[in-house]
Design a protein around this ligand. Sequence first.
Ligand code: KG4
Ligand code: ZN
Length: 343
Amino acid sequence: MLVLGLESSCDETGVALFDTERGLLGDAIYSQIALHAEYGGVVPELASRDHVRKALPLIREVLTGAGKTTADLDGVAYTAGPGLIGALLVGAAIGRSLAWGLGIPAIGVHHMEGHLLAPMLENSVPDFPFIALLVSGGHTMLVRVDGVGRYRILGETLDDAAGEAFDKTAKLLGLPYPGGPELARLAEQGDPSRFHFPRPMTDRPGLDFSFSGLKTFALNTLQALAPTETDKADVARAFEDAVVETLAIKCRRALQETGISRLVIAGGVGANRQLRARLAEIARKEGGAVFYPRPKYCTDNGAMIAYAGALRLAAGAQELNVIGARARWNLDSLEPPDQQRAS
Ligand code: KG4
Ligand code: ZN
């Protein structure tokens, strides 16, 4: 089954082709970073308009690159939420219309399910059940995954997402949008022993997170300094260490509490090298293993949507033929694909 995947939930237009027999046949991404950079964050209306401009050329590019035409497609998957509603509706309208025109099924994919299943695009894939740490710009959660569509949220952030905390702290450090990767680069030059930031909510039981205090801690530290470049690198390092260690403590706790030893990391912050190394260490110590997508499939991409959609369509999932999207959508409200019926 050959499925075209479209991702347009935020500031990246992602397109990919996934074949359930042959794997990923091609993918392309267009990032709107330059468009939003001067505003210091994503401007939703500009994002929607740019998806309109880029989606069709990217679809053509991916099909041509794989030596395919729209006539070869067996299904279309698009991100139906959560995300920016206007941006989502662009993908939904294009995906549904294309599928309707071709007489093939379309399916709306949950963006976080895409992230969660992205490690399956790699050679070494985890068996179910596994624990997934989803860390993106909009979400931070620990999920118990018993199968496709069988998700239990064990903990989540009570305020800022980890990526959001990275981006806001990067802004305080004067780094350009999107700050996460920039902050991580600066932190490499920082002295890890100079500042010690708190590890929020690790001194009490439970698997929830809170990251907004770390940003304030960074602000207070910087304000006391009139910071030089060295000071900024040291603050970046202390901040990154605090986020990584907090996530690591909660992941270890989730593995211990569930007795599951396989850990998956997904979402944009999963591209962070220090986090990947630290979580690999934790999983090893727990006698298990860590699985993550390659960095380009950690951040938003079309491949994860094509893959999740192909799994669902191949298992017989059905939806009403309606163009729609959801800005908010709980991951644990999803059903396994064989129970997903149009009604
Ligand atoms: O999953 P994603 O591409 O988009 C959302 O669904 O939100 O995640 C984007 C987030 C941004 O906050 C970005 O700053 C962060 O992931 N990010 C990183 C790194 N690469 C991306 N944060 C820390 N270190 C990185 N290397
Ligand atoms: Zn994402």
